[in-house]
Each structure stands twice: as structure tokens, then as C-alpha cells.
Design a protein around this ligand. Sequence first.
Ligand code: G6P
Ligand code: MG
Length: 226
Amino acid sequence: MVDFGAVSAIIFDLDGVLLSTDQYHYAAWKALADELEIPFCEKDNLAFRGVSRMDCMELLLSKRAELRLTEAEKVAYATKKNERYRSLLEGITPAFVAEEVRETLRVLKERGYRLAVGSSSKNSGFILKKTDLDGCFHAIVDGNDISRSKPDPEVFVKAAEALGVPPERCAVIEDAEAGLSAAVSGGMLPIAIGEAKGSHLARLSIEGLGELTQIFDRKMENKNGR
Ligand code: G6P
Ligand code: MG
């Protein structure tokens, strides 16, 4: 079992953890669901958290079994959802990220923790750049780097490899059940925040990212975290 004191790397999910882009995902899926006359609410959207775009498309369609779409149509609708999502993202600036988040990343980095983003989103690079978060991490692994989305641990395993830290020394911060499950399968320490708070899969739930500076308060002797 992963020990808090052994942690030398922290892998952050993006949407719903570092910033509230999860609301935009929901708004874009909701617009598509309305268009396809599929009932869809925020509770349904919980299962979409951490899950790849095309897997979300399948989840959405599973709510209206009689609607039979070809693969090309599914891709076209998922692309339309992404275009809506991207237009919502156009308005984000560095101010979209809470000061608590930036300060937490700064402090943890200064203490020598290795930091990564581990996200299923193919829009991660765009979001991190627009919000000026891209320089805050030692590694960024996203939907473009993986072939299996959460709950498969691939994204976190690749992030740990990129950081050069073994899984048993990595903590994962997640707002999704799928992400917590991925962390557990990957042999990492799962910490829940936001919508995933209180999940039985998490070793700990936190109210805000700022709490991490109390939990991970050691100075890393070896900056590589090995
Ligand atoms: C994150 C979000 C999911 C989203 C997935 C793919 O994991 O939590 O809700 O479906 O990324 O996002 P993308 O931006 O590539 O459509
Ligand atoms: Mg998330």
C-alpha cells in the first residue's frame, strides 16, 4: 500500500481538478444530448468524467438504444461536441485558475516534488497554454499520448514514467471515479477532490488543492524523486 510519506511525485487530473473546465464539458454534452433528444443531466455527466471523448459518445448513445448511428456519424457528433467545447474554452485566461492552485503547485515544486498532469483530454495542451499552467509541471501526459482512457491506468503509468518515479511513490489527484480507479490499478495513492469526494476508492478526500501543502510537507532530498 502506498504510504503518504513515501510520495515524491504528484499527478494531477486536469478538468475538474486544476480548473473548472468540467462545467464546459457538461454544457457541450448537454447541448448535443438535447439535439439528439437524449435525456442528460449533471448526475449522468459524472460517468463522463475522466473518460475519453469517443467513450463518452458511446455512453451518451447508450441512453437512447433505438438511435443507431454509423461510426462516421458518431465521430461527426463527437467533433461537434468538441467544437462547442472549444468555443467555450476560447474565453479562458490565466484568471480562470484559482490562486490557491498556482500557489500549491509552486510550493510543492519548490519542495522538490515531481509534478505531472495526467488527463484523458486531447485539449489539455490548449488549456494549459491558455491559462499559463504549462510551465508548472515536469511532465504532461494527455489524451493524445494514450490508447486507453481512464479507468485504465495508462495515462498515470506514462506520467510516472515521464517523471522517472515508481508508481508506489506517486499520488494522484482526481475528481472522477474513473480516475481514482485508474490510480488504484496503477498502484498509486488516490486522493479525491470535487465530485469524487468521499469515494470509497480514495485513500483521502480533500476540499481544496491547498490542503496538499500540508499533506506533502517534506523537502525532497533528491529532486528526481527516486
Ligand atoms: C477529461 C474529462 C472528460 C472528457 C475527456 C476527453 O478526462 O474529464 O469529461 O471526456 O477529458 O476530453 P476531450 O477534451 O479530449 O474531449
Ligand atoms: Mg477530471
